[in-house]
Design a protein around this ligand. Structure first.
Ligand SMILES: [Zn+2]
Length: 234
């Protein structure tokens, strides 16, 4: 059947165009490009988080410094009171000691917290510097890769257009309904056609029933392999 041979030679060109298109889509450069982009976005997110934490810490640090100053004033006031007006008895002494201890404990806990915040501020600077450097490096790599990829895509896209045009030329004269079947099968399996070798489908090596073989030889209808679904041709 002449039309089937035309479809077969159309398939050769169609597959060439498809292969190039797939290679483009799955190119390692494109995948690396996408990974680098994700990395940059991730780092930017981390950087923002650190900045937010630094802002919170700065506010807290100011509040702590105020609180520490107040606690120190309180301690000084207690000392002054002790000097000017010493406790008259054991009870008053105990009360004063209690107050001093409470005030000292508060002061100590504020100072500890302040130290923790100062340390975490130092860590934040180290981390954000590292992030800034890594992000800048990744961005440079990304830009270079993107340029390379764009150049490569441009060439490949032109190449693809040529291959597609070749395929379209081969499609001329093939009945539209046959191309519809071809494209439907191609969605399931590619390449969508297979030669018979003896009585076997060369796509999946399954022997075809004699009824199917007779139909193929008669050439009046499209016969698909019962196993893999490819359009069969002698
Ligand atoms: Zn098959």
């Amino acid at each position: 059947m002449e039309t089937m041979e035309m479809l077969w030679s159309y398939m050769q060109e169609d597959m060439k165009a498809d292969r190039l298109n797939n290679a483009l889509k799955n190119s390692p450069l494109r995948q690396k490009l996408e990974k680098t982009r994700e990395y940059v976005l991730d780092q930017q997110k981390n950087y923002k988080q650190i900045e937010e934490q630094v802002a919170v810490d700065t506010d807290r640090k100011d509040a702590l410094q105020d609180a520490i100053a107040r606690a120190k004033e309180q301690l000084e006031a207690l000392t002054a009171r002790y000097n000017e007006n010493p406790p008259a008895d054991a009870d008053e002494t105990r009360e004063l000691i209690k107050e001093v201890e409470k005030c000292s404990r508060t002061l100590y806990s504020y100072e500890m917290e302040l130290r923790r915040i100062q340390k975490s501020a130092g860590d934040a600077v180290t981390r954000s510097t590292a992030i800034r450097n890594n992000t800048a490096k990744a961005k440079r790599e990304f830009d270079e890769m993107k340029e390379e990829y764009t150049a490569m895509t441009e060439d490949k896209k032109k190449e693809y257009a040529v291959l597609r045009k070749n395929a379209d030329a081969k499609a001329e004269g093939i009945p539209a309904e046959l191309l519809v079947v071809y494209n439907t099968v191609k969605k399931q399996i590619s390449p969508p056609m297979a030669r018979l070798v003896g009585n076997q489908c060369s796509g999946c090596n399954t022997s075809q029933p004699s009824a199917a073989l007779r139909k193929i030889d008669a050439g009046n209808e499209i016969v698909e392999c019962e196993t893999c679904g490819r359009i069969l041709i002698r």
